[in-house]
Design a protein around this ligand. Structure first.
Ligand code: PAF
Length: 283
């Protein structure tokens, strides 16, 4: 596996790949888990070569967030990537991605301000950081297909929208959330959970499943009523603060008034040691 550390070096490597060779791309921040590996496997099945990036992008973390303590298990990550026959790892230094005179930001308004982007949650700056870095990464890698997990549903929508709005023409592939046997969505941040929190964490997904049941078997229940019930249920999880639980349209991510599908139920909760997000699409 080739390890490439600057955009210029990547461009040189990329130039040598024949135009007809398909290249799948899996952008990550490292601390690879089964969710990432399933994206790599899908990319391997659908493309001749797979490129993975590991870049803990500073601009998508707020000042009080976990940038410094974000896990960086380099040796383990390399071992996993080699096992999956990844052709190249793009592992840029922050100064090669954001040189001193860097001054362009990509901001997808609307989609970046709801759910995790609301001022009560991570704030719209988070998705500005994501949109900017993903635009850069895709322009550097020039992939045939790029793979994203749907645990970060809002992130996927932001990237799809910028791809559409800026006519970038990248193929964005949505991939299902990979879960632990007890339903907890896989995330690099699950490693922060204490053992007690880990025991309670699957209740987030159970609550979303309950929300889906309420919407589908009680069509007279409004999204507002379902939201109240889900809030109550989430607030009964010990040591949890609700960041949000919302019923939104899966394209606009704006609140829905009527129980008319498709509806995305999205939630974020904070334990003392980790913030978890999850969602379920009710079709
Ligand atoms: O989902 C992630 O790991 C990150 O947000 C991404 C897409 C790699 C951008 O930094």
């Amino acid at each position: 596996m080739k390890i490439i550390k600057t955009p210029a070096a990547f461009a040189r490597w990329r130039q040598k790949i024949p135009a007809k060779t398909s290249v799948g791309f899996v952008p990550t921040m490292g601390a690879l888990h089964e969710g990432h590996l399933s994206l790599i496997e899908k990319s391997n099945r659908e493309n001749r070569l797979t490129v993975v990036s590991i870049f803990v992008n500073p601009t998508q973390f707020g000042p009080r967030e976990d940038f410094n303590r974000y896990p960086r298990p380099w040796v383990e990550d390399i071992r996993k990537l080699k096992k999956k026959n990844v052709a190249a790892l793009f592992y840029p230094a922050p100064e090669s991605m954001y040189p001193k005179d860097f001054s362009t930001e990509v901001f997808v308004s609307g989609l970046s301000k709801t759910l995790c982007g609301s001022i009560h949650s991570r704030g719209p700056g988070h998705f500005k950081g994501v949109a900017t870095v993903v635009t850069k990464l895709m322009n550097i890698v020039r992939p045939t297909r790029t793979y994203f997990g749907l645990k970060d549903f809002q992130q996927v929508r932001v990237i799809e929208q910028l791809n559409e709005d800026l006519n970038l023409g990248f193929k964005i592939i949505r991939c299902p959330t990979v879960r632990e046997p007890d339903g907890l969505a896989m995330s690099s941040r699950n490693a922060y959970l204490t053992s007690a929190e880990r025991r309670y964490a699957p209740q987030l997904y159970q609550t979303l499943l309950y929300g889906r049941k309420l919407l589908t078997s009680h069509p007279s229940k409004s999204p507002d009523q379902v939201q109240k019930i889900l809030k109550n249920r989430l607030s009964s999880i010990p040591d949890v603060k609700i960041d949000y639980v919302e019923l939104v349209h899966p394209r606009s991510l704006q609140k829905v008034e009527k129980n008319r599908r498709p509806i995305l139920i999205a939630a974020a909760v904070k334990f003392k040691s980790a913030r978890l997000i999850d969602n379920i699409l009710v079709k």
